[in-house]
Design a protein around this ligand. Structure first.
Ligand code: ZN
Length: 222
């Protein structure tokens, strides 16, 4: 049996068994540590903060966290009954779209093909029978998808937003009157695409089959 690999978190200064690694990256403790460091270093949240890079440089995880003013404005909006959740989620991604595409392009330049998934952390709210406001954390996660040089990132981001909205609408909490209070952050997990040994066929995303390349469209990498 192979030795259990341990990965050490450079931010938290703690090492973890590989199987707990993603759990650690998703933990609030790790994210707060990263955010604190990002603030210290004056990092631009717009470009996303690197949560972690593996030693082999095959993957990285990026956190897109709004500034507190952005969150406060969104929370204020959602206090009204007519709060438009899709507008809130769409404006969040409009704010971070350039950063998200930049980070994916960086990874594509290194690896040519990557697998990407995301996790949107949100806070839900509802009133209890005594009129108190209750809050709850929730994560909306997307499945891992392959992105290649040539994938239209604009379309990919649009599809990502649509998927997250659908997940929000279908979450079981909606049935018990929970609704969006505000968005905490968005984590982007990017890893190198490793084809299985012996397999030479790499499927292309449908867009490459269906749409002719246009000269003025934005390419993910060269
Ligand atoms: Zn950590």
């Amino acid at each position: 049996m192979a030795a259990v690999q341990r990965i050490s978190c450079s931010v938290c200064q703690v090492s973890y068994n590989q199987s707990y690694w993603h759990q650690h990256l998703f933990s609030n403790a790790h994210k707060s540590a990263v955010r604190a460091r990002g603030l210290e270093e004056g990092a631009l949240f717009q470009d996303g903060i690197i949560l972690h890079t593996t030693s082999e440089n095959i993957a990285y995880d990026v956190l897109f966290a709004p500034t507190s003013e952005f969150t406060a404005a969104a929370a204020q909006e959602s206090l009204s009954e007519s709060a438009d959740v899709s507008a809130t989620i769409e404006s969040f991604f409009q704010h971070f779209e350039a950063g998200i595409k930049k980070r994916i392009r960086e990874a594509l330049t290194l690896h040519g093909a990557v697998k990407v998934n995301g996790s949107l952390s949100i806070i839900l709210r509802k009133l209890d029978i005594d009129g108190n406001i209750l809050h709850m954390n929730k994560s909306l996660r997307t499945k891992s998808e392959m992105i290649l040089c040539g994938t239209e990132l604009d379309d990919w981001v649009r599809e990502l937003v649509r998927t997250l909205l659908t997940k929000y609408e279908n979450m079981p909490e909606k049935g018990s009157n929970w609704s969006l209070s505000h968005i905490v952050d968005f984590e982007l997990h990017i890893s190198k695409f490793l084809p299985l040994r012996g397999s030479s066929f790499i499927p292309l995303p449908p867009l490459l089959y269906s749409s002719p390349a246009s000269d003025n469209s934005e390419k993910s990498c060269n």
